[in-house]
Design a protein around this ligand. Structure first.
Ligand SMILES: [Ca+2]
Length: 236
């Protein structure tokens, strides 16, 4: 894959997967998932970008593209954007966000950054710059989610320290939730613990039974193939 070709804007696009608010039975927001016409595997896309030292470029092109596209839709639901910690900590990132928000001042949706816990970026969570970055972005109206929560060993510590507006539980917890007592207990514990300050999102709901149990447990927002697959068109 040619990296210059990769970054051409017309090669990149997003699928949008809905997040559903269970109590209101309404669409709560959409997660933008980056895709490329020349590399069908998104993980390989990010891996190539990382190896070629263009991850920041790819991440910001992606954010801008999703934001602009979403701004043209007449939706007021939140836009969830996946983000690498290295992007958040990049010296130019705040400037990039200020200028992007200015350009779309009239029509921009509210944004939630989903911070993933990629192993190779684990040490960046300890960066002394992090809390300042988060505070600056919050002032711009941006909210934060910890993505794939429960996968990394240090998740709990991050959730306590970062006080994210959202916690997206790893799909592991949703799989066979209806028949797995232990998973139900854990999901219920997280929901109870973070109640009030943090909205808990359960990802990976794939059956009616699992959705039913998630609702009974009191999960706020759910996402998964059973609720809606990633798709190119925003509807609803
Ligand atoms: Ca995500």
């Amino acid at each position: 894959m040619n990296i210059f070709e990769l970054l051409q804007k017309d090669r990149l696009f997003h699928y949008y997967q809905p997040l559903h608010h269970l109590a209101d039975d309404a669409i709560y927001g959409y997660e933008a998932l980056l895709r490329s016409t020349i590399q069908s595997n998104p993980e390989a896309l990010f891996k190539t970008a990382k190896e070629s030292n263009i991850l920041y470029k790819l991440d910001t092109v992606s954010i801008e593209k999703a934001f602009a596209h979403y701004s043209h839709q007449s939706h007021n639901q939140k836009l969830f954007l996946n983000m690498f910690m290295s992007t958040l900590l990049h010296p130019n990132f705040i400037r990039f966000m200020v200028s992007m928000l200015e350009r779309h001042a009239q029509s921009g949706p509210s944004i939630v950054f989903e911070m993933n816990e990629a192993k190779e970026e684990a040490s960046m969570w300890e960066s002394p710059l992090l809390s300042n970055r988060i505070a600056l972005l919050r002032k711009m109206g941006i909210q934060f989610a910890i993505d794939d929560f429960g996968q990394g060993a240090t998740s709990l510590k991050k959730a306590v320290e970062m006080e994210p507006e959202y916690l997206k539980l790893d799909r592991y917890f949703a799989t066979d939730l209806a028949s797995n007592d232990k998973k139900q207990k854990l999901v219920s514990l997280f929901t109870e613990y973070f109640k009030g300050d943090t909205t808990v999102v359960l990802e990976g709901i794939e059956t009616a039974e699992d959705l039913h149990v998630a609702t009974e447990i009191g999960i706020d927002v759910a996402q998964g193939y059973y609720i809606g697959k990633p798709a190119s068109l925003i509807t609803g």
